[in-house]
Design a protein around this ligand. Structure first.
Ligand SMILES: [Fe+2]
Length: 185
């Protein structure tokens, strides 16, 4: 049986003892190994959104629900992350910084398609973009090794690949647009 409060308490203990992602990843893997139990506890996702479940300076826990076929442009977190998918699929593209004539841009460096029961660690310097490739909601527990909402980070313009400060409102608008499409059927 999965219980989010217990899970969060266990993750808090884990980062107190080891500030790396190692134990948290094991806890996330164990949680999403029984996705039906996570769904029973968190409920079947009904709309796209980022639902904060816990926030401290050492750990943030989010329930991230991607709209059907939704995508978000490249961004970093400036802290480790663990993504544990419990319904649907998350396609991640990983990017690396490269020099160009205008200074710096990014190029695709790899990809990983995450599905139910995957608990994938992302290193501190990872730049990724995310696509929900399925035509229904995808949901994952996202864990971050710091205060996700109070740490300055970057996103990259999806068209010209120039770095800019991460804009929470812009990202929120992606989720809202996805929900408008969802409501429109
Ligand atoms: Fe991310």
């Amino acid at each position: 049986m999965f219980d989010m409060d217990t899970f969060i308490a266990d993750c808090c203990d884990a980062v107190e003892q080891d500030p790396s992602h190692r134990t948290v990843r094991e806890l996330a893997a164990r949680a999403v190994a029984d996705p039906a139990a996570v769904l029973r506890d968190l409920g079947e996702p009904e709309r796209a959104g980022v639902i904060p479940l816990f926030q401290s300076d050492k750990l943030t826990v989010l329930n991230v629900i991607w709209g059907p076929l939704m995508n978000v442009p490249p961004h970093n977190h400036d802290m480790w992350a663990v993504i544990g998918v419990y319904t649907g699929r998350e396609d991640n593209v990983f990017w690396r910084r490269i020099a160009d004539e205008q200074g710096e841009t990014i190029e695709a460096a790899g990809a990983k398609s995450l599905t139910v029961k995957d608990a994938e660690p992302l290193g501190r310097d990872i730049i990724h973009s995310v696509v929900n490739p399925v035509d229904r909601l995808t949901a994952a527990i996202h864990l971050y090794g710091g205060d996700f909402f109070d740490t300055p980070r970057s996103e990259w313009d999806p068209e010209n690949h120039r770095e800019r400060p991460f804009d929470t409102d812009r990202t929120r608008s992606y989720f809202e647009r996805s929900n408008r499409l969802l409501n429109a059927g």
